[in-house]
Write a protein that binds this ligand. Structure first.
Ligand code: PBG
Length: 313
């Protein structure tokens, strides 16, 4: 390679057109998934608009707008009216997510669902509690039942996020033809704070470190992905995204499955808060973040900026 002055990398940075021509990573709306919260009534969130909650009727109106804007996929989270020890609202055929799925039939949106018990259990953990701990194998049945009820109500793909061992196999056994987007490498992260407030799913005692991953580990993330692939996952996911770009890259290099990354609520909230103070520009910071997540190797990005992105692109 010849060096300066023969080689000058600034040549290709001179104009918008040249920069676009040689850009290695691009953002297309068809690769983005918008999280949507559905509950008994509509509750806007002025500071963090994408973490607001919709009644089923208002959700239908919102999705009509999303379709007009060009959003292609959503992932649904439910906030039930009542919770119990087992989280039975999660697999209720007439539950909040199931009703929302039916209401969104025919909109053309790809309907993904988060499969987890934490929004439905009175204790806020992602499985059933035995002797003060989340019982793995007993929880699998309930998780699989939840996934089945989502598919019966119209889900196009199910996304288990509980981090129990064996959940992908348990769901796969019941649903041989449904795409499973597994939250394979989901870390026990501080960046889920705003989500837990919105979804009312903070654990009532303890934390999730007994099932979600230790932020210090990357080889273990690859083992999680490997197991999910072996159990029948169609898409693997890393979550959160920005503090874990190395994990995204490592998963990209090891696996040929589509790879998703979840740009979580705390990542969105940090930019929102700084922008509200005038410390940075939201749009530029968001686009840079999303580009970085794709550059690291994610094919699909779950992001609270998906609706804004439709306007920005
Ligand atoms: C449910 C779930 C969580 C998130 C997605 N699914 C919360 C958690 O595990 O505590 C977090 C999403 C976000 O912060 O945007 N288990």
């Amino acid at each position: 390679m010849s060096a300066f002055p023969e080689t000058r990398l600034r040549r290709l940075r001179r104009t918008d057109g040249l920069r676009a021509l040689v850009r290695e990573t691009s953002l297309g709306l068809d690769k983005f998934v918008l999280p949507l919260f559905v509950g008994p009534d509509t509750k806007p969130n002025p500071a963090l608009p994408a973490l607001g909650r919709f009644s089923v009727d208002d959700l239908v109106r919102e999705t009509e707008e999303l379709v007009r804007l060009g959003v292609s996929a959503v992932i649904l989270f439910g906030i039930p009216e009542e919770k119990d020890d087992e989280g039975s609202g999660a697999w209720d055929a007439d539950g909040i997510v199931q009703r929302a799925l039916r209401a969104l039939d025919g909109t053309g949106l790809v309907r993904l669902t988060d499969v987890c018990l934490c929004e439905y259990t009175s204790h806020g953990h992602c499985g059933v509690i035995r002797d003060g701990e989340v019982a793995n194998d007993e929880s699998l049945d309930l998780i699989a039942r939840t996934a089945v009820s989502h598919v019966e109500a119209g889900a196009d793909a199910v996304c288990p996020s509980d981090m129990m061992d064996g959940r992908v196999a348990a769901i796969r056994e019941e649903l041989p033809e449904t795409p499973i987007v597994s939250y394979s490498a989901k870390y026990a992260s501080a960046f889920y704070g705003p989500f837990r407030e919105a979804a009312e799913s903070a654990p009532a005692f303890g934390d999730r470190r007994g099932y979600q991953m230790d932020p210090a580990n990357v080889r273990e993330a690859l083992r999680e992905c490997e197991l999910d692939v072996a159990e029948g996952a169609d898409v693997i996911m890393v979550k959160p995204a920005l503090p874990y770009l190395d994990v995204i890259r490592a998963a990209r290099e090891r696996f040929d499955l589509p790879l998703a990354a979840y740009n979580v609520s705390g990542e969105y909230a940090m930019v929102k808060a700084a922008a509200a103070r005038g410390w940075l520009d939201e749009q530029t910071a968001a686009l840079e973040s999303l580009t970085a997540i794709k550059r690291a190797g994610a094919d699909v990005v779950v992001s609270y900026w998906t609706k804004d992105l439709a306007a920005w692109l």
